[in-house]
Design a protein around this ligand. Structure first.
Ligand SMILES: N[C@@H](CCC(=O)N[C@@H](CS)C(=O)NCC(=O)O)C(=O)O
Length: 222
């Protein structure tokens, strides 16, 4: 039976699972969650309290939360390497970095987008300053972390890199990564060159004009 992934091609947390499925070489049926597909929104509303996506449905199994979905994908036989390392300490490092990337990069990045989408006159200057400061601090930390690494954890492409791809991609559009943070820039370029990530970026191309921040220019993209 084909796995169904409910999500949206432009959504950062959905990128995590699309990238993982591609890395594993697993087929999936991408079900678009948007107002044109209320039946798909209903699946997400049943799957978690916020109606958030991604949601994976596999027969009677329904999983919410991108990291849990990637855990589940590792149970499926496929030609690609597992996204959670088999070595327990490496698995802990991959999960630790997944959480840090979600919390310190994707978190403030997503909140800045929500602030930008507020109706005129109902901005949040304090939230804007504080989320930009959080990204500034995170950029410095992650740049140092990547100084002697190719991938974010366990010396190979893992769950952590599935998280990082969309988080760093959109973070740079939202609040540019300073040029002197060369390790973080190099990691972003490595991620964009990875076929699983490049295909996911491509699937989202149509939606780029809807992004509310930045000037839409990205020299690292074809
Ligand atoms: N912790 C969740 C976060 C999911 C999430 O924030 N999804 C966003 C799309 S990237 C969403 O559903 N946004 C629509 C909404 O919140 O209504 C995960 O890792 O899956």
């Amino acid at each position: 039976m084909t796995l169904a992934l409910y999500g949206h091609p432009f959504a950062n947390y959905c990128w995590k699972v699309y990238i993982a499925a591609r890395e594993r070489g697993l087929d999936y049926d991408a079900r678009m969650v948007d107002p044109d597909h209320p039946e798909h929104q209903a699946v997400c509303a049943e799957a978690n309290p916020g109606g958030q996506f991604p949601v994976l449905v596999d027969g009677d199994t329904r999983i919410s939360e991108s990291a849990a979905i990637i855990d589940y994908l590792d149970l499926k036989p496929g030609p690609g390497a597992f996204m959670i390392p088999e070595n327990p300490m490496e698995a802990i490092e991959a999960r630790m970095m997944d959480r840090m990337i979600d919390d310190y990069l994707a978190g403030p990045q997503g909140r800045l987008v929500l602030i930008a989408l507020r109706p005129e006159g109902s901005g949040d200057p304090h939230g804007e300053t504080s989320n930009r400061a959080q990204l500034d601090a995170a950029y410095v930390w992650f740049d140092r972390w990547m100084e002697d690494r190719t991938w974010a954890a366990a010396d190979r492409f893992t769950l952590a890199d599935c998280s990082a791809a969309g988080a760093i991609f959109y973070a740079h559009w939202t609040h540019p990564i300073p040029e002197n943070l060369t390790h973080l820039h190099a990691y972003r370029k490595r991620l964009l060159a990875r076929p699983s990530v490049a295909a996911t970026v491509d699937d989202a191309r149509y939606f780029r004009p809807f992004f509310p921040l930045g000037d839409g220019r990205d020299p690292d993209l074809p």
